[in-house]
Each structure stands twice: as structure tokens, then as C-alpha cells.
Design a protein around this ligand. Structure first.
Ligand code: NAD
Length: 423
């Protein structure tokens, strides 16, 4: 399917562009609109000085990319990781535009990141980095401009610091400037589990399409952070058999299935490495877990895990992309040929941004919903988005991934035409 030349398969921006390119061609997108949507609308680099614990001053590099605000304010997480690059943030920002359009919520796309290793920094230094990063971006952020959220290496505490710093700058408490906040600061019930819950919802839909029962379904999850751990817990609770789990320290495979709540306690209460979990199973490298026998594979860790070098080894019937960009565009062709049922990232992990949207709505209303209400509304969005992408893929004879891109690009292009170009 991928007949767009890619120079460096592992450059996520190239992967994102290749899919955009294919979908734009299939849509027959006119040249001007194509150019408009291909490039981000703004890229900002900030140099963040921070006093370290020993009094030294370090300078960290941070980025914020606003890809599009055509359908609403920018929306997208902040990532703290030593591997952050501007190209990665660009790709993630574009994916956010398409993701918000796939689930039809009124946001554009953005993403931010700081090159740092949070596992090696004290909470005090992380707070300083977060506050200075936010202060440098204070003119660009805002409930109507650009609304960050957590991503790899950041969490609800980070979002609380962003909210406080922004509020100090604008001199009023502004909870809607970020989502993924603690409940006490205007967070939404259900946000913590939302991405994993969305994964479960689309897994249920895919199983119904393929005529498989959850109890006959073996699941492998790579990544045991926010997305992976909740996807595994909720799927376990729904009767799926979780046979493989992995995090950065390594993986475990057990045909008999794991007691996932016990693994969760092992990792998050006892603070022990996942591969040392005493519940049995074969120890494997983190990446090897992807190639074990299962019906559903959930890569929920980082990018570029499934590539042209290894896609032929996948044994899964369904690939449910919990992470952003776990599959390269070159690997798409191999998965298509193998007949793997792909639930693409911009649909599969959209539960997180959907409940972020609910959080933003609740903050602006000053009225908070019950968790059951949040989950019901999430179910409506995930079910109808899944159905729409499947219908579109069938009608236009394209893969699920390209269908998702086509639906999204078409929605953004329609909004752009209505708005026109301000000059
Ligand atoms: P996280 O930091 O909470 O967890 C990441 C997990 O991946 C950890 O368990 C870590 O040990 C593991 N990991 C890291 N490197 C690995 C490697 N090389 N091999 C195996 N495991 C590895 O992050 P998260 O929020 O769960 O995000 C995971 C992915 O999901 C990212 O791609 C993120 O962009 C995407 N995502 C997150 C959300 C959200 O709401 N948090 C929403 C949509 C998409």
C-alpha cells in the first residue's frame, strides 16, 4: 500500500507524511489545501535554564509545534524524554490534528517536548523545567489557543505545574489551559484510564467484526505505563486473556494468562521491575514480545517498533496501536499483505484526547460529570468513530489506516475551505 518513497524509515515525520501523502492522493486534495495541511502552522524552540540540585545551571531544549488550529485550539501532549527531536514533535503534532478530526472533536493538533530524562531528575528540577517551559510559551498557550496534556515522561503533577504557571501569568485561575490534571484541580473523572479504555472499546468492536469472543482472545501488550497498564487491566476485566506484557526493562510471556491486577501492584505498589513478576512465564526482550502468538497485539510504548525488518514476524490477527506511531509506513504494506486487521493509532488511542476534550468542556462549564457519564460519552465517540472508519475503508477499498487519514483530512479541509485563508 505504501508506494510513497521514504528515505529514512525510522524518521516518524517521514512516516506521518507518507500516510498523509497517500490519503491526500486518494482524496484528490487540491494543491493549495494539500500544501496548507502538509506543514505545521508554528514551531517554537525554547532554551530552558534550570538550577540543578547541586546549584549548577543546565540548559534544556524544548519544543512546541502547533500543526493546525483550523477546527479549534491546538491540542496535544508534552513529552519529557532524552530522545525528543523536533521531527518527532512535528509528526506527533500532525497526528493530533488527524486524531481529533477522526473522533470529530473541535480541536486542532499540537505537541510539545523537552529533551531531558525525567528518571534522572529530582521533582524540584522537573518542576523548574516545567514552569520555565510554560512561562516561555505563555503567549501561545491558552484554553482557546493551545491546550497541552500529559505524554511520555509527564503526568498529572506536571499538568498542575503548567496550570499554575499559566494562571500566574494571566493573573487568574485557568484550569482549561491543560488537561490530564489532578481531580482536585479540575481534572475529569475517567481521564487516567481513558486511553486504555478507548483501546478496549475498539478491541471489542474489532472482535465483533471478526467474529471472535473475548474469552478466546490472547492479548500481548508492550508498554505498561498509562496506556498499556490500563488497556491490560480493562481487557483482563472484560475476559480477554493477557498472555504477554513488557516494559522498558523486558517482557514476559505466559500462555496461561496473567493476573493483571497483581502485575499492576507488583510494578506500581511494590515498585519492582515487570520482568521479575513471580507469576510465571518466559522472560523475553521488550521487542520480542511483539512476535509472540496472540489474537490482539497492543504496542503501547514508543514509536518504530514494527518495521520492514520485523513486520513479517507478527503473529497477531489484530494490531491495536495504543502508542503513537508504533508501526512505520514501510511496514504498513507488509501488514496489509499478511491480512492483519489494523486499528490505527489515530483511532485506537483517541480515547485519551476525547476525555481530555470532556475535561476542557467541564472546566469551561465549571460543572463536573460522574465517571459513568464520562465513560458512556466516550463509548459513543469510540463506537461511532470505529464504525465510520470501517464503512469508509469498505466503500473506498482502502486500508483502515488510510481510511482514518482520509476521513480526518477531508474534515479539516472542509473546515479550512469554509474559513478561507486570512491574509
Ligand atoms: P508512559 O510513560 O506512561 O509509559 C510508557 C511505557 O512504555 C512504560 O511502561 C515504559 O517502560 C515502556 N517503554 C518505554 N520504552 C520502551 C521500550 N523500548 N520497549 C518496551 N517498553 C518501553 O507513556 P504513555 O502515556 O502510556 O504513552 C505510551 C504511548 O501512548 C506513547 O506513544 C504516547 O504518545 C501514546 N499515547 C498516550 C496517551 C495518554 O493518554 N497517555 C494518549 C494517546 C497516545
Amino acid at each position: 500500500m505504501s508506494d510513497v518513497a521514504v528515505q529514512n524509515e525510522l524518521n516518524v515525520y517521514e512516516s506521518a507524511e507518507a500516510r498523509f501523502e497517500l490519503a491526500a492522493r486518494r482524496l484528490g486534495l487540491e494543491q493549495g489545501i494539500y500544501k496548507y495541511l502538509k506543514y505545521p502552522s508554528k514551531e517554537i524552540t525554547v532554551y530552558i535554564p534550570a538550577a540543578m540540585d547541586d546549584g549548577r545551571i543546565e540548559v534544556f531544549i524544548g519544543y512546541r509545534v502547533l500543526h493546525s488550529s483550523v477546527r479549534g485550539p491546538g491540542k496535544g501532549g508534552i513529552r519529557f524524554s532524552p530522545d525528543v527531536t523536533l521531527d518527532e514533535i512535528r509528526a506527533l503534532a500532525a497526528w493530533m490534528t488527524w486524531k481529533c478530526a477522526v473522533v470529530n472533536i473541535p480541536f486542532g493538533g499540537a505537541k510539545g517536548g523537552v529533551i531531558c530524562d525525567p528518571s534522572k531528575l529530582s521533582p524540584l528540577v522537573l518542576e523548574r523545567i516545567t514552569r520555565r517551559y510554560t512561562a516561555e510559551l505563555s503567549e501561545w498557550l491558552g484554553p482557546e489557543r493551545d491546550v497541552p496534556a500529559p505524554d511520555i515522561g509527564t503526568n498529572d503533577q506536571t499538568m498542575a505545574w503548567v496550570m499554575d504557571t499559566y494562571s500566574m501569568h494571566v493573573r487568574q485561575a485557568t484550569t482549561a489551559v491543560v488537561t490530564g490534571k489532578p481531580l482536585d484541580l479540575g481534572g475529569s473523572r475517567g481521564r487516567r484510564e481513558a486511553t486504555g479504555r478507548g483501546c478496549l472499546m475498539v478491541a471489542n468492536k474489532a472482535l465483533a467484526v471478526l467474529g471472535i469472543k473475548p474469552q478466546d482472545c490472547r492479548v500481548v501488550v508492550q508498554g505498561f505505563g498509562n496506556v498499556g497498564s490500563f488497556a491490560a487491566l480493562l481487557m483482563h476485566q472484560s475476559g480477554y486473556k493477557i498472555v504477554g506484557l513488557a516494559d522498558i526493562h523486558g517482557g514476559l510471556y505466559n500462555e496461561k494468562g496473567f493476573d493483571v491486577p497483581a502485575v499492576y501492584d507488583w510494578v506500581y505498589q511494590n515498585r519492582k521491575p515487570l520482568p521479575n513478576f513471580p507469576g510465571g512465564g518466559a522472560k523475553l526482550a521488550s521487542q520480542e514480545i511483539l512476535f509472540q502468538p496472540c489474537e490482539v497485539l497492543v504496542p503501547a510504548a514508543i514509536e518504530n517498533q514494527i518495521t520492514s525488518q520485523n513486520a513479517h514476524r507478527l503473529q497477531a490477527r489484530i494490531l491495536l496501536e495504543g502508542a503513537n506511531g508504533p508501526t512505520t509506513s514501510v511496514a504498513d504494506t507488509i501488514l496489509d499483505q499478511k491480512g492483519v486487521f489494523v486499528i490505527p493509532d489515530i483511532l485506537a488511542n483517541a480515547g485519551g484526547v476525547t476525555v481530555s476534550y470532556f475535561e476542557w468542556v467541564q472546566d469551561r462549564q465549571g460543572f463536573f460529570w460522574r465517571e459513568s457519564e464520562v465513560n458512556e460519552r466516550l463509548q459513543d465517540v469510540m463506537d461511532s468513530s470505529f464504525d465510520e472508519i470501517m464503512r469508509y475503508a469498505g466503500a473506498h477499498r482502502v486500508s483502515n489506516r488510510i481510511a482514518a487519514y482520509m476521513v480526518a483530512i477531508d474534515r479539516v479541509a472542509r473546515a479550512l475551505k469554509l474559513r478561507g485563508i486570512y491574509a
